[in-house]
Design a protein around this ligand. Sequence first.
Ligand code: TYD
Length: 200
Amino acid sequence: MFIAFEGIDGCGKSTLLQLIAERLRAEGRDPLCVREPGSTPLGERVREALLDPATGELTAWTEVCLFTACRAEMVWTQIRPALDAGRDVLLDRYFYSTLAYQAYGQGADLEATWKLQLEAVEGLLPDLVLLPDVTEEVATARRRDGDDRMEAKGRDFLARVRVGFMELARKDAERWCVLDGAAAPEVVAAAGWDAVTAKM
Ligand code: TYD
């Protein structure tokens, strides 16, 4: 199984990923858990630059290219080998984040961004996308540490990103499962696990 976890900052997707990973391990499976941007030497370095407020403003396409470069590297060095070896892969953000943040959020052309994503990953789509959905208000209230460069873009930006995720989910409803991210972590995880087992 290749499962992507998506959603706005503070929606709880990383906690959900950990809980789903635990359930898979309890079933005797050995999931590879990776995050974007990151999880390769290049990815971690670019992640630092992208999240550092000192980097300042970047154009939407600069961000698209940087996130996508990290993604291509990760797909080829980590994800494909793991899937080929028969392992499950749990991915904290995939190219849907680029569509939501850089296209819906920042105005990069949606069609062109889609095209680039499919090229970069050679059409590798996840079996399932889990989207814990919360309002911008709930997400912002949950974040305790200071804002990184992406989080400093503000609440209106986050609202556009959230609409983007919901639209992506609506257009590909077979692959996506929208969860109530405002519920308790175990409740979100139980609903997420139902979606996982339905695909197994
Ligand atoms: P994330 O790892 O979820 O942040 P955190 O460690 O704070 O939980 O994601 C990093 C940020 O990068 C997040 O604000 C979303 C953003 N992002 C994009 O804008 N485009 C992308 O393609 C990806 C993968 C992330």
